[in-house]
Design a protein. Structure first.
Length: 406
């Protein structure tokens, strides 16, 4: 048995002073320091860090490791020019992205306290990195293909990748399914994939309404996607509509990424169907997609996570960089409430979205912890979430399933 203690411990959205946590692989007890000392006299105490705050391990629900080699290649600023550049540079980017590079990307996330990731895997090239990193990984095998002539081969490849990723549950890797996007997945294969997800009881995720151009294409088969599909896929109409795509997930709660251009009626359906949203504010900014209306999500009670997306649409995978960006971008929201809300988005809410028994410091939960150190003692306890977001770049300690990795 080990005991970890901090000046403040984040429990159920609040900061508790002078608490201690007894743990093995799972959390055994959470209580004031003196109570734990009496209960576990022989346990090993981890030395306390000054001005420390103990959080559950942080969760980044949406990242693309296979594009980790991008720094100055892809075309940022507007969605279609970016998508063109992805197609043009895809081979070069994936060839230069080694397993070592992807492991480094995972390590950089661990440095920022991330103990769990949702890895969107387009080709399965990231499986070795995901079985090597000690992090918990939801391995979202991505399905793509809107051309009826190639969908069967692409579907078979997807099933093979899914099956390969299902062999590593002892390495904390859980197989899951990602639908690339409404514009890039044929409705017939979408139907097959959702049926497969239901059969396997797998988590399901999909990019949805990221850009205005996507909305325009799906609604009118017009706009910037028109020449894109003309050039690359010899296709002049969208193969689905927003409504038909979204209805494809009815009865199976799905984690939708972006949703920046979802309108009220789509968000109402998302809420009704118990779907959730991954919010990637820096990716949305860098690809010229605009800003998700978080207040609308709050009003409709739609759970959301905060995620970095990949280095194909971001400059770092540091979750604190993402938290700061979100804090600055959503300037219309009360600063203190937003800080607390964002911390919840990367802990308990993200864990519930990914069906994981972590993200909370409570008895029986996984012993995943991120310990951060504030630069000095917080003068107001109600501002600890804000100070954490503003002042943290790297965590001081990180534990996954009771083992210390940082
Ligand atoms: C498609 O298969 O339709 C597709 C693939 C990549 C990007 C866009 C569309
Ligand atoms: Fe993404």
């Amino acid at each position: 048995m080990k005991i970890i203690t901090a000046d403040y411990t984040y429990i159920d959205g609040r900061y508790h002073k002078a608490y201690a946590v007894a743990f093995e692989k799972k959390i055994v007890a959470v209580a004031p320091v003196e109570t734990i000392r009496e209960q576990y006299p022989d346990a090993e105490w981890i030395e306390k860090v000054s001005h420390s705050v103990l959080y559950p391990g942080l969760i980044n629900t949406h990242v693309h490791l296979e594009f980790s080699s991008n720094k100055t290649t892809l075309n940022y600023g507007s969605y279609l020019p970016w998508l063109h550049s992805v197609i043009e540079d895809r081979n070069h980017l994936t060839e230069t992205c080694t397993t070592e590079m992807m492991i480094e990307a995972c390590q950089s996330m661990m440095q920022s306290g991330v103990s769990t990731i949702g890895a969107i895997s387009s080709m399965g090239l990231d499986l070795d990195a995901c079985t090597t990193t000690p992090q918990r990984v939801i391995f979202f095998n991505e399905l793509i293909g809107s051309n009826p002539q190639t969908v069967d081969a692409l579907y078979d490849d997807f099933i093979q990748r899914y099956n390969s990723s299902a062999e590593y549950t002892e390495k904390r890797v859980t197989p899951a399914i990602a639908i690339h996007a409404p514009y890039s997945v044929h409705p017939i294969v979408l139907k097959k994939a959702v049926a497969f997800a239901k059969e396997k009881q797998s988590l399901l995720s999909a990019h949805f309404l990221e850009s205005q151009a996507e909305r325009q294409w799906l609604t009118h088969s017009k706009g910037e996607f028109k020449s894109f599909f003309d050039t690359f896929f010899n296709q002049n109409r969208a193969t689905t509509t927003i409504e038909a795509f979204l209805s494809g997930f009815d009865g199976y709660p799905t984690h939708f990424t972006h949703c920046v251009h979802a309108k009220e009626k789509e968000l109402e359906k998302i809420a009704r169907e118990k779907h959730t949203i991954a919010h990637c504010p820096r990716s949305n900014r860098l690809l010229g997609c605009g800003k998700l209306d978080l207040q609308r999500l709050e009003r409709l009670d739609i759970p959301f996570s905060l995620a970095t997306d990949g280095l194909s649409s971001n400059n770092s995978l540091n979750i604190f960089d993402e938290l700061r960006a979100a804090l600055m971008m959503h300037h219309e929201t009360n600063l203190h409430m937003l800080s607390l809300r964002l911390i919840r988005a990367i802990t308990s809410d993200a864990a519930k979205i990914l069906h994981l028994n972590c993200g909370q410091i409570a008895q029986e939960y996984e012993a995943d912890f991120a310990l951060i150190q504030l630069p000095e003692e917080p003068k107001r306890e109600e501002d600890i979430a804000l100070w954490t977001i503003l002042h943290t770049n790297q965590v001081t300690e990180l534990y996954i399933e009771g083992e210390r990795y940082i």
